[in-house]
Ligand binder design. Structure first.
Ligand SMILES: C[S@@+](CC[C@H](N)C(=O)[O-])C[C@H]1O[C@@H](n2cnc3c(N)ncnc32)[C@H](O)[C@@H]1O
Length: 400
């Protein structure tokens, strides 16, 4: 990211009461830019802040789109992603329009060729993930986003054919990816900000504040100064609680997220990510899904589900045979998943497979395999319980 793009962003933010710390620089890296301290920064430095009036929300996007598309367009039925993505897209379609207020921000966003979420994978890259949760999640996301795109496209083309021609799937995908990879929760703009009720929350964009990359566990605060929307004092700021030495990268903390979520929404992964999970949908238990973490975290719930399948009635006390049958069923299910999971060692970088995607793929499948292996150990511990229960009844169980 060159300074010619970033200094307009900084000037624009400051004009509305926003702020970017004078001692940070934006340094160009493969996937966009990273934020680096140009001098030592003390703990609790405010790195950036965005005034409420520059926040992109579904409501601000709706107001702008209403002006361009008119009252007949059914914008009320559009999702926050449709509204915000279409609003961003219009900056690329008709740059010069008084309803489009985020030109300097949109110009600072990474170009499409830098995006690495799975909807930007080559067919060969996507094929690598076949047999994993992420493969299905990618197909689901593409299907859902295409439906949303088609709806927006039809409405826009209906108002203006030329806009419709320019509003391509690729443009919408780029904007929707910027939203998934940079969004903050709208609850930050409420009078009593909270991060704990994601169901009431919608994605919003905070220009400037969204410039930092993620570091797991980095101590940061998102500080909201609540007030009237047009006041330059109503802002959301990013404060870093650690000192940052000159030349070091300054990081935000996007929260504890498994690699599946980081890859799908953001296009990167963390090696040996402690927050990794796998989604298990076990055959026979209708529509029931469980999310299990490393070291078989939350596996007791899966166990309860599998054991329930072995019991004749919900109130029945499990016998040692139920325990042994459930342990065997769980082991078999997990081993089937292990067999299906692709192998990172077999993958080589070539014309259709980029190095950074191989890195993401390797970190992801390693985490998935380790969780499944921890589940095999967990199932074995349940088998041991079954053997002890049998022994208490005077029965010696011998397993092959
Ligand atoms: C909110 S933006 C951060 C600023 C971004 N680097 C840019 O150039 O605009 C999130 C994106 O930054 C990149 N990113 C963030 N944290 C990262 C990390 N720890 N490792 C690799 N890429 C990261 C990913 O491309 C992600 O989609």
């Amino acid at each position: 990211m060159s300074t010619t793009v970033l200094s307009p962003l900084k000037t624009w933010l400051e004009r509305y009461g926003g702020y970017i710390h004078p001692q940070i620089q934006f340094s160009q890296v493969d996937a966009g830019f990273s934020v680096v301290a140009s001098q030592d920064l003390p703990p609790d430095s405010k790195i950036a802040s965005c005034p409420f009036q520059l926040v992109v929300t579904k409501d601000s996007a709706l107001v702008a789109l209403r002006t361009m598309l008119g009252d007949a367009t059914p914008l009320q039925s559009w999702s926050p992603r449709q509204l915000i993505s279409s609003y961003l897209c219009f900056h690329w379609i008709i740059a010069d329009n008084s309803s489009l207020k985020h030109g300097p921000y949109v110009d600072s966003l990474p170009s499409r060729d830098k995006l690495r979420t799975p909807l930007h994978f080559t067919p060969k890259e996507l094929e690598l993930f076949k047999g994993s949760n992420l493969y299905g999640a990618t197909l689901d996301r593409e299907r859902d986003w295409r439906v949303e795109y088609e709806q927006c496209h039809a409405a826009i083309a209906n108002v203006n054919e030329e806009w419709g021609n320019q509003f391509t799937w690729e443009l919408f995908l780029t904007a929707a990816t910027h939203l998934s990879s940079r969004a903050f929760p709208s609850t930050l703009m409420s009078e009593t900000p909270s991060l704990t009720s994601p169901t009431d929350s919608e994605p919003i964009l905070l220009p400037g504040v969204d410039s930092l990359n993620h570091a797991r566990g980095a101590p940061v605060s998102w500080v909201s100064s609540y007030g009237p929307i047009t006041s330059p004092e109503s802002t959301i700021s990013l404060v870093l609680h650690n000192a940052i030495a000159a030349g070091e990268e300054a990081f935000n903390n996007y929260g504890a997220k498994p690699n599946s979520e980081l890859i799908l929404g953001y296009g990167f992964s963390l090696p040996d990510n402690p927050d990794d999970t796998i989604v298990l949908k076990l055959g026979g238990v209708e529509g029931k899904k469980w999310e299990v973490g490393r070291d078989a975290r939350e596996a007791e719930q899966v166990w309860d589900g599998v054991l329930a399948m072995m019991l004749g009635s919900p109130d029945a006390e499990p016998t040692y045979e139920d325990y042994l049958d459930a342990a065997a069923a769980l082991t078999e299910m997990v081993e089937t998943l292990l067999d299906k999971l692709p192998h990172a060692s077999a993958v080589e970088v070539d014309a259709g497979i980029r190095e950074d995607v191989v890195g993401m793929f390797s970190a992801y499948v390693k985490g998935q395999r380790e969780i499944l292996e921890s589940l095999v150990v967990f199932a074995r511990s349940k088998e041991e319980v079954g053997i002890s229960m049998a022994r208490e009844e005077g029965i010696e169980v011998v397993l092959d």
